[in-house]
Ligand binder design. Structure first.
Ligand code: ATP
Ligand code: MG
Length: 493
């Protein structure tokens, strides 16, 4: 088993400071586990027999964080513990959880053993002591080491008791399984099935955080499947279960449930963000409600499922306490997710209208949703030419057209500096100026254009008209060239 994961100097330093003061200090929890897995720990937890005030006395800058006695040590150099989260927590005893959410009281202990015993899973209950920056002793009282080797999630002690104390541990088991690619040990799994109802007592915020971590793991499809098989899903998003077994027409290889999970997995495989993953998971959530059958064609229909689905998803994400920004983005993408599926209707002006609907900032994500949706359908890959064509169209619709507004002078200013009244002459002058600027963009300055406008205003009407026409032509040429460049870049006509 690998032990060569580098332990940051800052962590070694904190451990040494605590030990020099005569206390014990161990790396514990996720970081100890990740070291043996060769993974980079997300955060570093140190446990000690020192009490909160004793810990605080050892470091110049600390924050006493919560009722559990955790002290966050702030790095003096950066005055910041967000870069690397280091938390020092006194040994604690498992306490009673009469409400199944919060321990009734926090009891500190003098024994490391007590602290390891209160931890959720054996793989999270290993403690490491350090010497000269390397691991000295490994304290593994519950077989965590063997479980890491076997890739097994197993509770410390009796699973029924442990899940009854804190029901969130059931979701943590699923989350760790999909994050680490481990399996949940049989008795632990059976116990989750038995106790899934206890999740009702857990705060929505804690459930949301674990759910989001499952979605952000490399295997969200498997995660949702385990949530479903254990019965946990009915206490998190029962709406998803309505899609199980809901068949679709010939274009689809899978029922709605399988399609949603495959779309989600496709987003994870591309390493896309939470918003896209949630959109992929929920985009067809209202297909079960909208399913119909066309009398004439005998084809299954889901009319309006994107509109109803967008609303239903808003309800779900609001209930789950996701941030407003996430909810707005996801529901917007779901509302318009059908756009790219009707290939016949995709014209440049349709793309322009879509950009107004979904927002400039979301249009590329809408394309990404289409990619997930497509993969989730089990159909062969999108025709690459068509995909490039859509990309080119979006770029074309998004680009700023070549226009007079790019000039550092406008009609009003021309009238002012030339001291002339409104007339077609103003337009000729502007186009004549544009003609020059298109040839040499460096000339696009107020000083130059003011001066040049005055010169031009002294030309004859015929000469001005001629210059103006040249400018117009050049503008159109420049615009066409830009579009051609976009087409060339995407290799489409
Ligand atoms: P991550 O990689 O996400 O940080 P982690 O295992 O470190 O995973 P944390 O939430 O950071 O998870 O918790 C740190 C440690 O605290 C865990 O490894 C575990 O020992 C203990 N722990 C966390 N939550 C619970 C819980 N609900 N019940 C018992 N022990 C817990
Ligand atoms: Mg952690």
């Amino acid at each position: 088993m690998k032990k060569n994961q580098a332990i940051p100097a800052e962590i070694i330093n904190i451990v040494e400071i605590i030990e020099k003061a005569g206390f014990q200090a161990y790396l514990v929890g996720g970081c100890a586990r990740d070291i043996f897995l060769g993974r980079t720990p997300k955060d570093w937890d140190i446990t000690t027999n020192a009490k909160p005030d004793q810990i605080q006395a050892l470091f110049p800058k600390t924050v006493y964080e919560n009722i559990y006695g955790t002290v966050a040590v702030i790095n003096e150099a950066t005055e910041d513990n967000t870069l690397r989260n280091v938390e020092v927590t006194p040994y604690r005893l498992e306490s009673d959880y009469s409400d199944r959410r919060h321990p009734d009281s926090v009891k500190f202990s003098d024994k490391l053993e007590d602290d390891l015993q209160r931890r959720d899973f054996t793989i999270n209950a290993i403690a490491l002591s350090l010497s000269n920056g390397a691991i000295k002793d490994t304290v593994d009282l519950f077989g965590g080491f063997a479980d890491i080797k076997d890739k097994t999630i197993r509770t410390v002690g009796n699973p029924d008791a442990r899940f009854t104390e804190d029901a969130l541990r059931m979701m943590r088991a699923v989350r760790l399984a999909v994050e680490l690619d481990f399996s949940i040990e049989q008795n632990t799994l059976a116990s989750i099935k038995k106790h899934n109802k206890l999740l009702k007592d857990i705060s929505l915020e804690r459930i949301r955080d674990e759910f989001a971590k499952i979605i952000m793991s490399p295997q969200p499809k498997l995660g949702i499947e385990i949530l479903n098989e254990t019965g946990l899903l009915s206490h998190i998003v029962p709406e998803l279960q309505a899609s199980i077994g809901v068949g679709q027409n010939q274009a689809h290889a899978y029922d709605v449930w399988e399609h949603l999970l495959r779309s989600l997995q496709a987003a994870a495989d591309k390493n896309w963000d939470l918003d896209i993953r949630l959109t992929a998971l929920f985009h067809d959530i209202s297909k079960p409600k909208t399913k119909g059958l066309s009398r004439e064609t005998g084809i299954i229909t889901f009319y309006g499922h994107e509109v109803i689905g967008s609303r239903e998803t808003r309800k779900i994400l609001t209930r789950m306490k996701f941030p407003v920004k996430t909810i707005e983005k996801v529901t917007k993408l779901i509302r318009w997710h059908m756009f790219f599926s009707d290939t016949e209707q995709i014209t440049l002006s349709a793309v322009r209208r879509m950009i107004v609907n979904v927002g400039r900032e979301n249009i590329w994500e809408l394309m990404n949703i289409r990619i997930c949706d497509r993969i989730g359908t089990g159909r062969p890959k999108e025709d690459p030419y068509r995909l490039r064509k859509y990309h080119a169209m979006i770029e074309e619709a998004l680009r700023d057209p070549v226009s007079l507004s790019m000039l550092k002078i406008d009609g009003k200013r021309v009238m002012e500096v030339c001291n002339i009244p409104p007339s077609p002459k103003i337009g000729f002058i502007l186009h004549a100026l544009f003609n020059e600027v298109l040839d040499d963009p460096k000339l696009n300055t107020t000083e130059y254009l003011d001066k040049k406008a005055v010169e031009l205003s002294r030309e004859t009407e015929t000469k001005l008209r001629e210059l103006g026409e040249m400018g117009k032509e050049k503008k159109e040429e420049a615009d066409t060239k830009l579009i051609e460049e976009i087409h060339k870049k995407h290799r489409v006509s």
